[in-house]
Write a protein that binds this ligand. Structure first.
Ligand code: G4F
Length: 378
C-alpha cells in the first residue's frame, strides 16, 4: 500500500512515512471533515470528490494500479489546482488486499467512507460473474469487517443499485420492495445491500445504501449505453462514424444526472441515523427515446423502422441508416422496466432530481459537441 509518485504520476505521497508504521495522522482527521472514497476514479467518485472538496473535506481516494491509465476524471480535478494538494490524496490499493486497506483506514482515520468501487457493467457481469461478485459482494463484506474493528465511529455509504430489484414485483420500487435480481451484478449488489443492513442492526455500524437508479453524465464510461449513444450521435454528425450499433432499444431506464445523485449520497451520511434510500427520478424512458433526443440535439431527426434485431433508424434529411440493432449487445436476461420511488429521499434528505430522462440525453450530447469544438479549436 502506501503511495508512489512515479514518473508521470501525480498521485501524492499520502503519508510521509513507511506504510508499515502504525501511525496517528499528522492532522487528526477525526476532528475535521475527512472522507475515504473507493472507486474515486469513476464517474460518481469524481463528482463526489468535487462535492466534498467544496464542503471543505479532505478527500482520500483508493486507486487500483490497474486504474493508472484510467484516471483522467480525477486527474482533471487535480490539474485544476482549485484546492491545496493535501486536500485530495490518492492512495494505491485494492479491496482484494484488505490488510492494507485496514492499515490505510487506521492511518487516515476518515469520518466518512463512500464505497463506490467494483465492476459496474451489468452486461459484463454475465461474462465475468466471479470477478463481479468478488469485487462487489466480498469487497463490501471485507470493508464492513474492517469498519467493525475500528476503534472510532465511521459513517459508511454503500453504492447499491436498482438492479437488486431486477424483475420487480412492484412498480415503482421503494426501499421496502423485495429483491429479485436477474444478473450476477444485481445478485452481488443484493448481497452487499443486505449485509449493510445486517451490520447496521447487528453491530450498530452507521452503514447505509443508496439504491441508485441509472445516473449518467458526460463523464460516463463509453461502454454504458447513454455515453455510447451521445458519443455516436456526435461522431455521426461530424462524419467521424457511419453507424451506431446498439442492443435492445425497447429497454427502459429511470435516468437521472450523476452530479445530483452524489449530493444525496453525502446527505445520507449527515443524517442522525443510518437508513437506505432509493435515488431515482420516478420516470422511465426507452433507449429509443434517448437515441432520438441525442441525435436531435445534434440537429439530426431520426425515423425508426422495423422491429427487434431488424430495427434501424434513418436520418430524415438524407435517408442514411445511422442506427442498427446488433444482437451482440443483447443480454441473456434483461432487467425489467425499473422505476424508483424516491419519496423517502425527498422527505428525509430534501433531495429531488432535476435533470431527467431525455434532458440527460440533451445535456450529454451538448457536452460531446463542446468537446469536439474544443478539439477543433486545438
Ligand atoms: O447503460 P447500461 O449498460 O446500464 P445498466 O445495465 O442499466 O446499468 C447501469 O445502471 C445500474 C443502475 O443504476 C447500475 F447499477 C449499473 O452499475 C450501471 O451503472 O444499459 C442500459 C440499457 C440496458 O437495458 C441494455 O440492455 O441499455 C441497453 N442497451 C442497449 N444497447 C445497451 C446497449 N447497453 C449497453 N451497455 N450497450 C449497448 O449497446
Amino acid at each position: 500500500m502506501g503511495c508512489h509518485t512515479g514518473a508521470g504520476s501525480n498521485i501524492t505521497n499520502a503519508i510521509p512515512m513507511p506504510a508499515q508504521t502504525p501511525t496517528t495522522p499528522a492532522t487528526d482527521s477525526r476532528t475535521h471533515r475527512s472522507a475515504f472514497i473507493t472507486g474515486i476514479t469513476g464517474q460518481d467518485g469524481s463528482y463526489l470528490t468535487e462535492h466534498l472538496l467544496a464542503q471543505g473535506y479532505t478527500v482520500h481516494g483508493l486507486v487500483r494500479r490497474a486504474s493508472m491509465f484510467n484516471r483522467s476524471r480525477i486527474d482533471k480535478i487535480r490539474a485544476r489546482q482549485e484546492y491545496p494538494a493535501d486536500q485530495l490524496v490518492l492512495h494505491y490499493g485494492d479491496l482484494s488486499d484488505l490488510t492494507s486497506v485496514r492499515r490505510l483506514l487506521r492511518q487516515i482515520s476518515p469520518r466518512e467512507v463512500y464505497h463506490l468501487a467494483g465492476q459496474s457493467h451489468v452486461g459484463l457481469s454475465f461474462e465475468i460473474p466471479e470477478v463481479t461478485c468478488h469485487e462487489i459482494g466480498m469487497a463490501t463484506l471485507g470493508l464492513l469487517e474492517a469498519l467493525r474493528d475500528l476503534d472510532y465511529p465511521v459513517r459508511f455509504y454503500h453504492a447499491a443499485s436498482s438492479e437488486i430489484f431486477g424483475s420487480p414485483v412492484v412498480s415503482p420500487q421503494t426501499e421496502n420492495s423485495p429483491f429479485n435480481p436477474v444478473n450476477p451484478y444485481g445478485c452481488a449488489k443484493a448481497f452487499a445491500t443486505q449485509l449493510c443492513r445486517v451490520y447496521r442492526r447487528a453491530y450498530g455500524i452507521f452503514s447505509c445504501s443508496g439504491i441508485a437508479y441509472n445516473h449518467e453524465s458526460p463523464r460516463r464510461g463509453e461502454n454504458f449505453v447513454t455515453r455510447k449513444i451521445t458519443l455516436g450521435a456526435t461522431r455521426i454528425r461530424h462524419g467521424r462514424q457511419a453507424v451506431l450499433h446498439l442492443g435492445n432499444l425497447e429497454a427502459k431506464r429511470d435516468w437521472g444526472y450523476a452530479p445530483e445523485y452524489v449530493v444525496a449520497m453525502w446527505r445520507m451520511l449527515q443524517l442522525e441515523s443510518p437508513e437506505d434510500f432509493v435515488l431515482a427520478t420516478g420516470r422511465a424512458c426507452s433507449i429509443r427515446e434517448f437515441v432520438a433526443a441525442a441525435f436531435a440535439e445534434n440537429g439530426l431527426e431520426l425515423a425508426f423502422e422495423g422491429r427487434g434485431v431488424e430495427e434501424i433508424a434513418r436520418r430524415k434529411d438524407t435517408g442514411e441508416v445511422v442506427v442498427k440493432v446488433d444482437s451482440r449487445y443483447f443480454r441473456p436476461i434483461e432487467s425489467s422496466e425499473l422505476v424508483g420511488d424516491a419519496s423517502l429521499a425527498r422527505k428525509s434528505l430534501g433531495w429531488a432530481p432535476q435533470t431527467i430522462g431525455t434532458d440527460v440525453a440533451s445535456l450529454m450530447a451538448r457536452a460531446e459537441s463542446e468537446q469536439v469544438r474544443l478539439e477543433q479549436a486545438g
